[in-house]
Ligand binder design. Sequence first.
Ligand code: MTE
Length: 871
Amino acid sequence: MGQASDERVTSKPVTSLPTPPETEDDASDTALNDSCSIPLPPPTKGATQVLDIDKNTPDAHVPRDPRLIRLTGVHPFNVEAPLSALYDEGFLTSPELFYVRNHGAVPHVTDEEIPDWEFSVEGLVENPFTLTLKQLLLDFQKITCPVTLVCAGNRRKEQNQVRKSKGFSWGAAGTSTGLFTGVLMAELMRVAKPKRKAKYVCMEGADKLPNGYYGTSVKLSWVMDPERGIMLAHKMNGEILPPDHGKPLRALIPGQIGGRSVKWLKRLIITEGPSDNWYHLYDNRVLPMSVSPDEAANNPKWWKDERYAIYDLNVNSVIAYPAHDELLSLVNAPQMYRLKGYAYSGGGRRITRAEISIDKGNTWRLADVEYPEDRYRQYEQTLFGGEVDLAWRDTSFCWCFWSLDVAVEELKGAKDILVRAMDESMNAQPRDMYWSVLGMMNNPWFRVTITEEGDSLRFEHPTQPALQPGGWMEKVKKAGGNLTNGFWGEKLDGDDSGTPAEAAAPEIKLTRDDVDTIISVDELRKHDNAQSAWFVLNGHVFDGTTFMDAHPGGAQSIISAAGMDATDEFMAIHSETAKKMMPKYHIGSLDEKSKTILEQGEAQSDGPAEKRSTFLQSRAWTTAALVEKKQISWDTRVFMFQLEHDEQTLGLPVGQHLMVRLRDPVTREPIIRSYTPISEMNQSGRLEMLVKIYFETPKAKGGRMTMALDSLPLGHGVEFKGPIGKFEYLGRGRCSINGVVRTVKSFVMVCAGSGVTPIFQVFRAVMQDPEDGTRCTVFDGNRMVEDILCRDDLEQIATANPGRCNLIFTLSQACEGWTGLKGRVTGELIQKHCTPDPETLVLVCGPQALEKSIHADLISQGYKDSDLLFF
Ligand code: MTE
């Protein structure tokens, strides 16, 4: 494929016009006949099928190409093409292989709705206005030009090999080129007339995400600069924008990272300062190398500093051929091999050289560079309804292709091939990687290794995208090489530092050095039960069997993880103290093949959703859509979720909890917390959760999960798993604690704040059954009266059962007129109302400080540990 030949990467013949003319302008397109010298889109069949894997996602309306490599599981859709397939398409990428970066679900816009799509131009302008897409196309001049889009995460997998960044693993195909048709944004600005202080144009899309609508900004002066070609596009390669690429309207910011080109565009807001959109602040930045993931998470100042925001792309180049794992037979080999690849730079800066080294960077040879974009500069006619008017522009916004013929004999004697590019400002790719928390803008020299295997040469790229194994970086890392030693992890003479850079990350060690047993996935899966529960964290195997009884989360949580990879949940919900206990349970490591098998598949649900009678599954995540959000107070909400079908019940025993998982839309890191729903356990079709939102304040960071939940749009799916917990109320005084059943005559229930939810479940279950003679004394402590959650429900239950329960609220900051108790829940208060009794069980749920003080007080009053249960 990559062998010497005269094949060209640029001109693909076009046999027909992609779409019939929609306007008079289109009809006047120059016939795209054989004499046409511009590269035209590759023949495209266009994806027409909704793939099976998308059918149960919010993108069930989007047809896609199965060749695309999914980088973040099934949903949201973040994909790149195999590098060779992308390169073989030539200068323009067909829509079905164009990379996609979606933070969430694709807004559903039908063809009929396109002309009426509205967007606004507002903010610091004399004439704010709203326009339909139809008006935009009728009233403004349209242009067509080629633009290369590049995701700032392109080549991030290499960064992740050095040290895991907060971003998913793009290979080297996070880039694509389209021929876009639309209107210059500057034309709209001229109508809107920005006011004196206006400096930025903020853009907002229609995709509502956990942290609001996707949005970002660019400078107004850039928008007004005709050289920069900033535009709104409605067509790509002559066709309506595909849903994944912004149908029906997107911004295009040539020469800048793809993240600035907002899709499904709804608003242009002219402002004095840069965008304060969450995605502008927390995405698309290169923080200083010295900022660790922890520091970045704990110190918001890094994210608010515009100096670290990425706009222009940096200079980059990649080797496409030889492809990864390509074998070049030395038997009857051609004399020459043609090395080929792509290069691009940012801000309209042109690539002025691409250089190849086959002696580790000691000497460099100049490659040929071909700029297909230039051919449009000579084409001054309309194309796809837009004028091609690039003759006067000095900027270059597309990728170019480099190639160099090298004697096969020379490759035989070489260990690797390196490429580096330079742009017209003499910006050159560095030899060494600049690692940063988000792993963006990775652009060191691209290196392909050469290994002689029998009669052939095998070529290896640095990495393969997503979880795909392969690449020389993985090998170097496994062999203990230091990828950041400036020599691609190879040992230099006299260098005995074998420590991978990752070891520098301050992480708690979960493993023991003296454990070296290798375990297969088949062996692991035999230990998936209460008698023997093995589970995997970061590729290492742990035996949790002996810890089941002592596990604060109950034996069931360990059993649920048995035989599986529990890394995400474990890391998300365990404290440092818990992590420090892990070496004691470390029994071995998975072999490489087993790791891949486990990584590739999360446990699948048992059977199709429509057939399952209960929603929760202990070993697989199931998704319910948020259908309603009720505001209870300024910081408290009830979130209502629709289960998979109306007859389905939740499947959560009284007193147990479930896990909720949301993924950070930028980094895809999971956020997992446990909650107790407030809906009745036997209610079918619905699940209700009462949640107090911990907002960010100048003093506190705010709760990641609660803030993300609060900003979820209706219709968004949330994942659940469970049940978990060691306690279960079986009814009529019978309780199960870690599977051991005992009967109690009364409960003392102590809670504070949102700790009321598990208490409420048990209290309601006891009181709902008229035959249940168990007595309950509930102590519920809060700061102010507004903070008392479920107050009405609790009081109604108490009023209906006067002889069986006592409900005591106490407030630490009571307002005037509060006639109830004042102060916190203390041992003294409990002593006033209850006496220790072997037939009483105390249930406690609240902040750690409360649980600690109640524990100490009650033990001193004569309660036994076996009679105290902390949720
Ligand atoms: N616009 C919206 N509304 N929502 C998004 O998630 N992703 C951005 C940008 N515009 C995004 C968006 C990012 S990070 C990139 S790299 C490009 O879209 C990708 O464009 P593409 O999917 O058309 O290739």
